[in-house]
Write a protein that binds this ligand. Structure first.
Ligand SMILES: O=P(O)(O)OC[C@H]1O[C@](O)(CO)[C@@H](O)[C@@H]1O
Length: 286
């Protein structure tokens, strides 16, 4: 796992936006072989989305051959509600880029058969050949997507009852009316995220600092589901200075030293891939 530290949320968004841009361009997607991208909602990814929009407008990036799968959606909130994740994604990203709407996948929390919806979502991800890069956000309790504390680390897309902490945190999007926040969501599972070939997680702000330290300085456990990223060979967390507030100085120093050689490792990885060496022979970048 790698940890990249940037000054503030804007710099974090620029880093992740450029990173995703490079991954998509290196992949050279076509209609027959699209780049499959997982995406989150929340306030943390907004600077990344702003930067991706800028790159598309500058002609440096195209989503024409990108297929997206969102992490989660509330249950029972109308699709056109201003706080549905469907509305959020079109408002913050999809309406400003060149992605064909048919290539956007977002769970539908308004169907009768919610279990069927979740199974079909997993099947569609599989049919697309799996997710190339999953960008994720976390909650203050360390949940990734809506995999609340106590979620199985082997979980798949399913219905999830939101933790009270999450309902409180998300009330800010519902005029601080706790009663207006949906109680349930559909979410990809921890295992769905870990199945992706690469996972990038954005963590900004001091209120996420405890979750970050629990996820990277302690063992893998189901109470801080982001900690499962330790099991992934290609995990990257990009944070701002505020989010490092609970980390040990030696942890910060360690990851900063890794970043210094990051470019060399990436160059080596690209060279080995060009020579046809499989990913698992290359090893991780931690
Ligand atoms: O970035 P914010 O606003 O803290 O929101 C994070 C929330 O968004 C989510 O990514 C929901 O998809 C959750 O992981 C988390 O609850």
């Amino acid at each position: 796992m790698r940890l990249i530290i940037r000054e503030d949320p804007t710099a974090v968004g620029e880093y992740i936006g450029n990173y995703i841009c490079k991954r998509i361009n290196d992949f050279a997607p076509t209609p027959e072989r699209p780049f499959v991208l997982g995406l989150p909602t929340g306030s943390s990814p907004i600077p990344t989305y702003k930067h991706l929009i800028k790159l598309v407008k500058e002609g440096k990036l195209s989503f024409k051959n990108v297929v997206t799968f969102n992490m989660d959606e509330y249950v029972g909130l109308p699709r056109d509600h201003p706080e549905s994740y469907h509305t959020f994604m079109f408002r913050e990203l999809f309406s400003h880029i060149d992605i064909p709407p048919a290539q956007v996948n977002i769970l539908n929390g308004n169907v009768k058969n919610l279990i069927g919806e979740c199974k079909a979502y997993e099947a569609k991800i599989k049919a697309m050949g799996g997710i190339e890069l999953f960008l994720g956000g976390i909650g203050e309790d360390g949940h990734i997507a809506f995999n609340e504390p106590g979620s199985s680390l082997a979980s798949r897309t399913r219905i999830k009852t939101l933790a009270y902490d999450t309902i409180l945190a998300n009330a800010r999007f519902f005029n601080n009316d706790i009663a207006a926040v949906p109680r349930m969501a559909l979410t990809v599972g921890v295992a769905t995220v870990l199945d992706s070939r690469e996972v990038v997680v954005v963590v900004t702000g001091q209120r996420k600092a405890l979750a970050l330290s629990q996820a990277i300085e302690h063992g893998v456990n189901h109470l801080w589901t982001l900690s499962a990223l330790q099991l992934h060979p290609w995990g990257l967390i990009v944070v701002d200075e505020d989010a490092t507030a609970e980390l040990h100085v030696k942890t910060v120093k360690y990851f900063k030293s890794i970043e210094r050689v990051q470019d060399e490792v990436e160059a080596m990885h690209a060279k080995l891939q060009a020579e046809g060496v499989e990913d698992d022979q290359v090893g991780s970048m931690d």
